[in-house]
Design a protein around this ligand. Structure first.
Ligand code: 3NM
Ligand code: MG
Length: 518
């Protein structure tokens, strides 16, 4: 078994504690997992005496050798040497890589746990063969984990390795299971340096049928997630603004024809308004904040809007459940991180949602989008209103392109000018009216409008998103210009009228309104 041809794709880390292993036999579980398709095994036992460690490790090694799979020992270089297995895995509190290398020699494999840039650089300089990057998601399996880095943190480390042209192998660890494996692997390829595999404890060791679980996970590591096929392609992004505008009637007509479900999980303030907006643009709204309902609703071919306007622990749990259900069927999801960054609770909730699934369209004002950037943003937030800080627009454009590239999605940053990107180019929309900022819920309802468009036109989410922006903002302009509109109060019903009128006109082939697009 050469060092260079080791397959890291499904890396099992054992656990001998009653909470995970229960009363099962570790050797039997590992053998079952190997039959299921595990490609590496790490024996991790933090409590047993040295004699028992060596004894168990010998038995495990005999099993892994039958499958021609490497065995690594957690932390204990002496045990690895005694057994003669393929290598060790060392954490940040264990022996340093250089010393481990001196003891083990160059033929053995040394893996190192890393969670940030410094540890990554040190492990690479020290000559690690592979990195265990984590903790990705909070997990009961390992108490006192130092930092939960999320998919963002994982991507940052992969980016660092890509920039350093490192050839070190990588697996991620922490809370990886069948519900997130394919998404995490797929989202961790944005910069050319991709993850080589996933490291898993409880999803295999604690499973009722470790062989079946390992088999399922080994398929999931290789399979792109359901929603991957709906991602905006490079060709779709490389169109001119005019080519995109030319598609807008088709998008609006698709909404009118299909009347897609717009499933809103939104705050109480905007529920009624958002439902009316959905109806006027031609969608079928359902305001359903209970996550359990998403399993059925996600199968109706619509889109989900998660609007974080009123965030509570229970609400967050509901969002996460719904997000998983829509991701499972590849149904589009629009996320509006209302007030993200305004409070610690909202920052954490935003991180949970972004880390908990795939978001097709991320929509927010400048400060909200800034707080979705990897590693958080230093731009202070004053609350739900847009910050008018003098952030350089070129920097902002780069930042949102980077965000969309990492997430493989579409990002909309609203403001006087709206910015839309799927990673390669930034498109701008300069329509709208100041009355939109003078009544509540207009930002939220834009999310609802976009959801209708992406649900009806899922094959091109960039064009669909731009269609939503233009339909919405041009309706606002047309409403504000009406002689019966005297201010924000009379604007609201007129705005609903114009949303409706644009849809009806477009279905009749009357596209005069679109000449206002700028
Ligand atoms: N190391 P599960 S997290 C052993 O972050 C271990 O370094 C971690 O368990 C790290 O797959 C972890 O059950 C436990 O979530 C992972
Ligand atoms: Mg350790």
């Amino acid at each position: 078994m050469g060092k260079s041809n080791i397959d890291y794709s499904l890396y099992l880390v054992t656990d001998s504690t009653p909470a995970i292993l229960g009363d099962k036999d570790i050797c039997e579980v590992v053998e079952a997992a190997l039959r299921g398709g595990v490609t590496c095994v790490q024996y991790r036992d933090k409590t047993s005496d040295t004699g028992l460690l060596v004894q168990t490790a010998r038995k495990l090694h005999a099993i892994t050798q039958k499958f021609n799979i490497p065995l690594f020992i957690n932390d204990r270089i002496d045990v690895a040497l005694a057994v003669g297995c393929e290598g060790v895995h060392i954490g940040q509190d264990d022996l340093d890589v250089e010393s481990a290398r001196k003891l083990l020699g160059h033929d053995k494999i040394i893996g190192v746990t890393v969670s940030n840039a410094e540890e990554t650089a040190a492990a690479c300089i020290g000559g690690a063969d592979y990195l265990g990057i984590g903790t990705v998601f909070a997990t009961p399996t390992k108490e006192n984990t130092k930092s939960i880095i999320g998919v963002d943190g994982l991507q940052q480390i992969l980016l660092q390795l890509a920039q350093a042209k490192s050839t070190v192998k990588t697996v991620c660890i922490g809370g990886i299971n069948a519900s997130n494996t394919s998404r995490v692997v797929w989202q961790s390829t944005a910069h050319g340096k991709s993850l080589d595999g996933v490291a898993i404890v409880s999803a295999i060791m604690a499973a009722a049928d470790p062989e079946a679980s390992a088999h399922e996970l080994s398929e999931l590591v290789k399979a792109p997630p359901t929603f991957a096929k709906g991602v905006v392609t490079a060709d779709q992004q490389d169109r001119s603004p005019q080519q995109l505008v030319n598609l807008i009637p088709e998008v609006i007509q698709a909404v009118a024809k299909w009347k897609p479900l717009s499933h809103n999980m939104t705050n109480l303030v905007v529920q009624n308004f958002a439902a009316n907006v959905a109806l006027c643009v031609g969608a079928s709204p359902i305001m359903a904040n209970y996550g359990e309902e998403a399993k059925d609703l996600s199968k109706l071919g619509g889109a989900l809007v998660i609007n974080m306007g009123t965030v509570t622990p229970e609400g967050l749990d509901n969002y996460s459940k719904a997000l998983k259900e829509y991701n499972a069927v590849g149904g589009p999801v629009v996320f509006d991180p209302v007030g993200a960054g305004a409070t610690a609770v909202r920052r954490a909730a935003t991180k949970t949602i972004l880390g908990g699934g795939y978001i097709d369209v991320l929509k927010g004002n400048r400060s909200e989008i800034l707080s979705c950037l990897p590693g958080g943003s230093t731009v202070q937030q004053r609350g739900v209103d847009s910050a008018d800080g003098d952030v350089n627009i070129r920097e902002l454009a780069l930042a949102i392109k980077e965000l969309a590239t990492l997430r493989k999605n579409t990002v909309v940053m609203t403001g006087k000018t709206d910015y839309v990107t799927a990673g390669r180019h930034v498109f701008t929309v300069n329509n709208g009216h100041e009355y939109l900022g003078a009544v509540t819920g207009t930002g939220c309802c834009l999310g609802t409008t976009i959801s209708a468009m992406v649900a009806a036109y899922p094959r091109d989410k960039l064009a669909a998103t731009i269609a939503g922006l233009l339909h919405y903002n041009i309706a606002a302009e047309m409403a504000a210009e009406r002689s019966d509109v005297k201010g924000p109060g009379t604007f609201v019903p007129a705005f609903l009228d114009e949303l409706y009128n644009i849809r009806v006109a477009t279905t009749k082939g009357d596209l005069g309104w679109l000449e206002r697009a700028k």
